[in-house]
Design a protein around this ligand. Structure first.
Ligand code: FE2
Length: 278
């Protein structure tokens, strides 16, 4: 799938931007499908709906989050809830849908398992690609929350490191509406933290006290249909969306079946739902 030049960019930078990787109408179809599922996200019908806030990690202790690895659940924007009630229409209050749509929802399965993506996974070094986690992220206008600077290896740990992120722009992503920012080349630096289960909750191990540098983050604006490929140790970040435009994105995280996936990863699956490839 990738040219020698793209592979060299990948090695050097730790990310790749592939405009037009997905047909815009496939993005529109996925967006419409997600909107059609919104009825099930009504907190009145589902009292365990949880606010997702990456800057606090307060959600992490929440059973709702910790048991969402092999199901499909809705999470709400922190800014959309006051006194336990939604402060805006549901379609403008959801933060994300996660984390196993690629295995449980035929529409997501179709979007996630294509020959193009299988070829890409092989090109970036996955010998036995397994689709571990899917998220549909809304980044709502006005309240879409910041995603603090992190690398995906922190949250989806394998030994050796193998996680690769596929980030699809379902709508145009700009600096204005909270596009991804990345730190080119810093995937070669040691990972700073590891998030894992401890007891009935979670903990964040500090492996390297040096803070993530924020001065060399660069924005990666992406038109609808663009795929951004992220190395598992590349720091990335996105700002709050203070604009009046949403920034829908779909992310898929893959790991190598050859690597060890320790039991204390937060994301777990039941024995009846083993990880699958393409
Ligand atoms: Fe990430």
């Amino acid at each position: 799938m990738l040219s020698a030049e793209q592979l060299a960019d990948w090695e050097r930078d730790g990310f790749l931007v592939l405009p037009g990787a997905v047909e815009p109408r496939a993005c529109d179809r996925l967006r419409a499908h997600v909107v059609s599922r919104l009825a099930e996200a009504d907190p009145a019908a589902n009292s365990s709906l949880t606010v997702f806030d990456t800057t606090e990690q307060g959600h992490a202790q929440d059973e709702y989050f910790l048991t969402s690895g092999d199901v499909v659940r809705w999470f709400l924007e922190e800014g959309a809830v006051a006194d336990g009630r939604l402060t805006r229409p549901l379609e403008l209050a959801v933060n994300k849908l996660g984390h196993a749509m690629h295995d449980l929802d035929p529409e997501f399965d179709r979007f996630s398992r294509t020959p193009m993506l299988a070829g890409l996974a092989a090109d970036v070094g996955l010998r036995d690609p397994r689709l571990l986690q899917s998220m549909y992220i809304f980044k709502q206008p006005g309240i879409g929350g910041e995603v603090s600077c992190h690398c995906d290896h922190t949250f989806l740990w394998t030994e050796p490191q193998s996680v690769i992120g596929f980030w699809f722009a379902i709508e145009d992503a700009t600096v204005e509406n909270g596009c991804l920012w990345v730190a080119p080349g810093r995937h070669r630096e040691p990972v700073r933290t590891r998030f894992r289960r401890e007891g009935s909750g979670t903990t964040m191990d500090l492996l390297d006290p040096a803070p993530w540098p924020t001065d060399d983050l660069v924005p990666v604006e992406a038109d609808k249909g663009t795929l951004i490929v992220l190395h598992g140790t590349l720091p990335h970040w996105s700002a709050p969306n203070t604009s009046d435009k949403s920034r829908h994105a779909y992310t898929l995280h893959l790991i190598d079946g050859d690597a060890d996936y320790p039991d204390d990863n937060w994301l777990r699956r039941g024995p009846d739902m083993p990880l699958r490839g393409f």
